[in-house]
Design a protein around this ligand. Structure first.
Ligand code: PMP
Length: 440
């Protein structure tokens, strides 16, 4: 039963578990967007392996890809050695990229987490530029290792970790609900002028960084989309100064935001693109794609044992192919817009929703304390406690979702891209009930 497995988990697993404590479920099986627990209760999964399961659970193309590898006796693990499965995966990834980037890109397999791929990207640009400072953004999240934690804006996981990697400089992210830097004529943004000034100011200490790392939509930071003009400005500034722009699409990539790659919304191209999560089609895989000009590191500069998971490459290729064939990014775009409009409707009927935002199926609902006064731009203090209560009320009603962002006050929705309209309406109805119950 649920209870029995949860008791075993609680007794044996580490204290470092976080969300499983808020989502007390032992999973028996899962199909599509639906998870069934050990007692037979069904949940709509709006967490989807933290955005990994683009096609939901146990999609038939994923199963077929696995069976094909097994039938052909392709070695399951090959270190960095190549196979037809690997080359087909690379073909599919290159074909999915904007042509201009694909034509100049090289690929590095990493091992196999998003965090390891970010580590590789940092080492790549440090080697190529000879510089040491990394610019990243407040509220950004890039992983849990010493290196990636160092460039992550989230502060609580760093509390006890002294001696992180030095020379990171944090810039403010254009978080419009709380930090509206404004977008003026011709896309001028105050925040990008600020960055430009920092780079010109000899006293700032960041005149020649090794690279800038950015999420197009901050994920763990609370589903915060950067405005398009700001992204264009960031690209212009970094290009003019020859600073490699590392775009972390670990969470946004492969259709989630309504385009295959989130940078396409801004019609910009990265110098370095980091992919993990959905690129493995449910299995662990991560890659860095980068401009050939940066390919100046030496043989063995980024190694690691588990970089040759053929099953993950096969499921990743099949997933990417299916997403393109079925035009799932367009589905994610439409469904996401519909969900946002419905959530804004709910916002009018309750007290505690401060902001509804996102791109595609990467959505955030910021929960506030409306009993406390708003500041000068009309935003109220964040209310993480209420957000967790809403999460629990949703869970009790059979919807799995996560909280994140500053103060843990953002309800995050990351459903699989195959979520149906009917399931969407179920989620919305239950969410509305949950928030009303939590407010009481
Ligand atoms: N970058 C981003 C944007 C992420 O969302 C995450 C994971 N949530 C990571 C990096 C780290 O990936 P992993 O957990 O696989 O190391």
């Amino acid at each position: 039963s649920n209870e029995m497995l949860l008791a075993m988990q609680n007794e044996r697993e580490s204290n470092a578990r976080s969300y499983p404590r808020r989502l007390p479920i032992a999973i028996k099986q899962a199909k599509g967007a639906v998870i069934t627990d050990m007692d037979g209760k069904e949940y709509i999964d709006c967490l989807a392996g933290a955005g990994t399961l683009a096609l939901g659970h146990n999609h038939y193309v994923v199963h077929e890809a696995i069976q094909d590898v097994l039938a052909k006796s392709i070695p399951l693990h090959t270190l960095d050695l190549t196979t037809p499965v690997k080359e087909a995966f690379i073909d599919e990834v290159f074909a999915s990229l904007p042509e201009q980037f694909a034509n100049k890109a090289k690929i590095q397999f990493c091992g196999p987490t998003g965090g390891d791929a970010i580590e590789a990207a940092l080492k790549l640009v440090k080697t190529a530029t000879g510089n040491r400072t990394i610019l990243s953004f407040q509220g950004g999240y890039h992983g849990s290792t010493h290196g990636t934690l160092s460039i992550s804006g989230t502060t609580s996981p760093k509390k006890h970790i002294h001696a992180l990697v030095p020379d990171t400089h944090f810039l403010p992210y254009p978080y419009e609900y709380r930090c509206p830097f404004g977008v003026g004529a011709e896309g001028h943004t105050y925040i990008s002028t600020y960055i430009e000034n920092m780079l010109d100011d000899p006293e700032s200490g960041i005149v020649t960084p090794a690279g800038v790392v950015v999420e197009i939509v901050q994920g763990e930071g609370g589903s915060v989309p950067a405005p398009i003009p700001w992204l264009k400005e960031l690209r212009r500034i970094t290009k003019e100064r020859n600073i490699p722009l590392i775009v972390d699409e670990v969470q946004t990539g492969i259709g989630r935001t309504g385009k295959l790659y989130a940078f396409e919304h801004a019609d910009i191209q990265p110098d370095v693109l980091v992919l993990s999560k959905a690129i493995g089609g449910s299995l662990p895989l991560s890659v860095v794609l980068y401009d050939k000009k940066l390919d100046q590191w030496e043989a063995g500069a980024h190694i690691g044992t588990f970089r040759g998971n053929q099953l993950a490459m096969a499921t990743g290729q099949a997933t990417l192919q299916f997403i393109k064939q079925e035009n799932l990014p367009a589905h994610a775009h439409e469904l996401g817009a519909y969900i946002q409009s419905q959530l804004k409707h709910i916002q009018k009927q309750v007290f505690s929703i401060g902001d509804v935002r996102g791109r595609g199926l990467m959505l955030g609902v910021e929960i506030i304390d409306a009993t406390k006064p708003a500041n000068k731009i009309g935003s109220h203090p964040a209310n993480g406690e209420l957000a967790k209560l809403i999460q629990k009320e949703c869970f009790d009603r059979g919807v799995i979702l996560e909280v994140g962002g500053r103060h843990g006050a953002v309800i995050r929705l990351l459903p699989p891209l195959i979520l149906t309209k009917q399931q969407t309406d179920e989620v919305l109805t239950r969410f509305e009930e949950a928030i009303k119950a939590a407010e009481e």
